[in-house]
Design a protein. Structure first.
Length: 146
């Protein structure tokens, strides 16, 4: 593997570390560090474990803020990480585990996750986050508005 490719792989892993740090902060009620890792372009997307799909930075940002507003006492870990870099794009596969209190109730979930990154202005930015659907979590979020 070339030195350039090893460096890109390490840079994407660092971006992933930054995202998972921001995700853990979100699980503790603070989504303010999400904008640092995400691209703010209209083509960003997410498919959270609550179902649905958000498109564009504003919708993606609001989705993380909404979950943060009802979250405390969170821990987020990832395992079985694989990173692949293809030019100025990269993807990550992993298993994501989250334990936290959501809307006053303890919850935990584990699921397969895919994250996609793009190099923008010499920085790796997230452009897509997809996690397996978690029916119980989706139902709790849906019932919050009822």
């Amino acid at each position: 593997m070339s030195t350039k490719r090893v460096s890109a792989d390490a840079d994407v892993r660092a971006a992933s570390d930054q995202f998972y740090s921001a995700l853990e902060a979100m699980a503790n009620g603070d989504a303010s560090s999400m904008p640092e890792i995400w691209s703010h372009e209209d083509d960003v997307t997410t498919m959270h474990p609550i179902g649905g799909r958000e498109e564009g930075w504003e919708a993606v940002s609001e989705s993380f803020a909404g979950v943060a507003s009802a979250s405390t006492d969170g821990t987020v870990t990832r395992s079985d990480q694989v990173v692949r870099v293809i030019g100025d794009a990269a993807y990550e596969l992993c298993t994501e585990s989250v334990s936290w209190t959501f809307a006053g109730e303890p919850m935990s979930l584990e699921g397969r996750t895919t994250n996609v990154y793009r190099k923008e202005n010499d920085e790796w930015k997230m452009v897509h986050h997809h996690a397996d659907l978690h029916a119980e979590f989706a139902e709790k979020v849906a019932n919050m508005g009822a």
